[in-house]
Design a protein. Structure first.
Length: 172
């Protein structure tokens, strides 16, 4: 049962990326047709500077968009970025996910209305999930570092990515 909190954080991240409805989107947009994504403000070079090692970027396709950064060299951390347009704000979005939101702690992110982060550490690796709200936009970063990992560095880089997302967020 010790994996339940980790599963809860991972589930929260998945729910956050999947629970947007047409009512949450600007009129006339569809999920795959939204004119903006978190990847618009990020590049492999920018994330490489934040993380401190070379990263590759995968954006997926129009039908299956993604914003993932993986290490060029084996063994480094990987980051997945997503978003949700949600009128209720970060706390309501997290509350809608149930108990998983209780694992998230507030974190200071410049330019954000609210930000939360959760860390789950295991011998085999660490999972860090972070959420940042600007206006009606909630963005998330899921980071995974396998052993040997530096938990503090993974938390710091995830928080730095949240700050970058807040800075790059479109103004409503």
């Amino acid at each position: 049962m010790r994996s339940a909190p980790l599963a809860g954080v991972a589930l929260a991240a998945l729910l956050l990326t999947a629970c947007s409805s047409d009512a949450d989107l600007p009129e006339g947009d569809e999920l795959t047709g939204v004119g903006w994504s978190p990847c618009d403000g990020l590049t492999a070079a920018k994330v490489s500077r934040i993380v401190g090692e070379p990263m590759e970027m995968q954006t997926g396709t129009t039908d299956q968009p993604r914003c993932t950064f993986t290490p060029v060299t084996e063994g480094g951390p990987a980051y997945d970025v997503s978003y949700l347009l949600f009128d209720g704000g970060l706390d309501e979005a997290l509350d809608a996910m149930g108990a998983a939101s209780t694992l998230l702690e507030p974190v200071a992110v410049p330019g954000a209305e609210a930000a939360r982060i959760a860390v789950r550490e295991r011998d085999s690796g660490t999972l860090v999930s972070g959420f940042v709200q600007t206006d009606g936009l909630v963005q998330s970063v899921n980071a995974v570092g396998l052993a040997p990992y530096d938990k503090d560095a993974l938390v710091d880089t995830t928080t730095d990515l949240l700050a970058e997302l807040a800075e790059q967020a479109p103004q409503q």
